[in-house]
Design a protein around this ligand. Structure first.
Ligand code: BJW
Length: 221
């Protein structure tokens, strides 16, 4: 069976990483326009770097939870072909043994806004960090901000077109294009399943409601 899994911030919540849109989430404490757009970076790179330095420090303390591990077990099952797409920039799927498509980039990556060079971000990267390739101080986190094009879209499209089952885990479905994957998978004939603390929309055929550390292992086993 071809299974496509899309994960969001909710799968990492029980590892101690805050979500974006839940009460007390990142977007309640920071304005998107200040920290997660190319315009914010152009206007005030120090502020954007401080936000991502905080996120890298939090992520460095977090470990994978039962939901990340359950997905890795499913991937190891030879009866299934699993494509794991994550919107998360943390590395908790990798820590559990998965190799996800990071459609919104990674916290661990640095990207030179001038020459496009990519490298591993130092924990203390800031607006003075030079690009190792061109030496300009235009280093930025290698993440996808609003108005930028998400990564791996061709591979994702191909996986969705061939999906028998599409599963969205811990994502609010508020951010496109990821929010539209359920419709693309359904149009291709896939069954659709949502695992979330609470139902997000009526677009899914089935739902398991509860914390990911319970619902994901229950679904996989
Ligand atoms: C649990 C749980 C537990 C909690 N167990 N569940 C109008 C104006 C301007 C732009 C647009 C517009 N309309 C559409 C757009 C496009 C825009 C967009 O969608 N905007 C909307 C807000 C309207 N999208 C973009 O700009 C994207 N690019 C784009 O569209 O390019 C054009 C293009 C597309 C395709 C082809 C060619 C061109 C880019 C979007 C980039 C998003 N970036 C961020 C930041 C990344 C870096 C970082 O991490 O800092 O990505 S924003 C943020 O939201 C982050 C997340 O990946 C993303 C999604 O959030 P997620 O994961 O769903 O988290 P939450 O907090 O929303 O939800 C958590 C869920 O977990 C909840 O449902 C809880 O119930 C649940 N939960 N605890 C289980 N224990």
């Amino acid at each position: 069976m071809n299974i496509v899994i899309l994960t969001g911030a909710g799968i990492s919540a029980e590892s101690g990483l805050g979500t974006f849109r839940d009460a007390g989430g990142l977007w309640a404490r920071f304005r998107i326009e200040d920290v997660a757009t190319p315009e914010a970076y152009a206007r005030d790179p120090a502020r954007v770097h401080a936000f991502y330095a905080m996120r890298r420090h939090e992520a460095a303390k977090a470990g994978p939870n039962a939901a990340h591990h359950a997905i890795a077990r499913l991937e190891a099952d030879p009866r299934h072909r699993v494509t794991l797409i994550t919107q998360n920039v943390d590395a908790l799927h990798e820590a559990a043994g998965s190799r996800p498509l990071h459609m919104h980039g990674t916290l661990a990556g640095a990207l030179c806004a001038a020459c496009g060079h990519r490298w591993t971000a130092p924990l203390a990267m800031d607006e003075t960090t030079p690009c190792p390739a061109c030496d300009r101080t235009t280093s930025r986190p290698d993440v996808v901000w609003f108005g930028e094009v998400p990564r791996h879209l061709d591979e994702i499209d191909a996986a969705l077109s061939a999906a028998d089952l599409f599963v969205a885990i811990g994502t609010s479905g508020e951010v496109y294009p990821a929010a539209g994957f359920v419709e693309l998978a359904a149009a291709a004939g896939a069954e659709t399943l949502e695992l979330n603390l609470e139902p997000t929309s009526s677009r899914f055929d089935r739902r398991l409601t509860g914390p990911a550390t319970r619902t994901v292992p229950d679904w996989v086993e």
